[in-house]
Design a protein around this ligand. Sequence first.
Ligand code: FAD
Length: 453
Amino acid sequence: MTDVASDLESLLEARVRGQVLLPPDPGYDAARMPFNAMAAGRPIAIVRPVDTRDVAATIRAAAEADLGIGVRCGGHSVAGHSTPEGGLLIDLSGWRGADVDPVGQTVDALGGSRLMDLDAATAAFGFAVPTGTFVDTGITGLTLSGGISYLVSSEGFACDALVGAEVVTASGEVVDVDEAHEPALLWALRGGGGNFGVVTRLRYRLTPLPTIYGGHLRYRGDGLVDLLERVFALDREAPDELSLQALTWRTEADGVGATVMVAWRGDAESGDRLLAGLLDHPALYERDLRPMSWLQIQAQNTPLPFGFRNYWKGHFVRETPAALAEALVDAASRVTGSDFALAELMHGKAHRIAAETAAFGGRHAVANVTAVAIWSDPAEDADHVAWARSTAASVEPWSLRGGGYLNYSEVDQSAARIAAAFDPATFARLRDVKRRFDPDNRFRFNANIAPAG
Ligand SMILES: Cc1cc2nc3c(=O)[nH]c(=O)nc-3n(C[C@H](O)[C@H](O)[C@H](O)COP(=O)(O)OP(=O)(O)OC[C@H]3O[C@@H](n4cnc5c(N)ncnc54)[C@H](O)[C@@H]3O)c2cc1C
């Protein structure tokens, strides 16, 4: 152990009551394990605080040692932000659980909770929160940068449901945030990412538990461009209660194909009527749509294991023309392995919520289009990265502002792409909020917003 690490260990052990892990402690490697093996950073130390006071003590110790801080909730950062190379990692992944207030129709969740913790707690009272579609994802990372779920068009983004939080800022101060207290910080937490402190508790507004008619439709062969055009057209005209996602892919067995993920907040009969143009498409070869509980639709996607290599890159798009459908089918024709292109379509309430209520920059996009490359052999890095980059470039003509979804960031995302995720006035305001709550940019392992000035 170096002198610096040994001094840090003594400092943390004197100040912090939770577990402190430094290399080569047993458990250090497991604790830093990233979702994305392309971003396996080595934090100088990992701290698992026992309570909010301990979080504050850890932040103060990091400031004293002049270290940057990374924060981990569910550890799913595709860009590898929660495995900070050379920084101090505050690991809240054990802080799981949620308390429902059925009368006030809110839920308070600990800052390390996963979607499944929130879903299970709220469903028991007949409620849900619009978050995301993989149950093991962390709620905090997801919410702070947006949050796209099967309820996006009927409820908005996860950050829109965030009505309060407890935040430990860079000075170690514990701040209770809601519409009445520190509204500027609440606004920044709704889309500005993990830039403003450690969020130890999140309060969400609840929505009545939806019943869903949903599942997937699979297509292959000729006519995929036409199919995607039908999907895009349907989403443009659909009621808020319909959510659609389209994936294009290629396999040895089926060649180029497309999957449409469907979630209709209604019954089977009205759902089939609405989806008629997709159900009678000649390229359809597999149909699996059924009435589902909210917990069933949330559990549809099998969690992806940690440790694969990932490079995701995309754009929020302002329109979905036929040429975009062609680009997505073309991307699939160039796929090797299990890479795929994903279009998450958004309309309805996602667009109607007043833009000034949240810093989130993708509100007026009609889709989040992302090239998702996932593989295991480092020898294939160049091919998969090239595929994702070229696919993202092919979508760029319809980009809202040249930026993508900050929750799906590529590992080498540029500062310009981060800025382009927001409109310029919002980005400037975020920099002001950052200056107030983290003037030294202590929280810099994230889609970083530099303090103003
Ligand atoms: C398999 C998979 C499926 C996904 N599905 C969806 C989806 O359906 N919808 C969607 O919108 N997104 C989805 N995502 C993207 C997801 O939203 C991001 O990966 C997000 O960062 C995950 O949050 P996390 O807490 O697990 O991440 P972490 O890696 O733990 O954290 C990521 C970043 O969030 C910030 N952060 C986390 N916790 C805190 C905290 N307590 N206080 C302050 N800052 C914090 C930090 O900046 C941190 O670097 C998916 C990602 C993966 C890998």
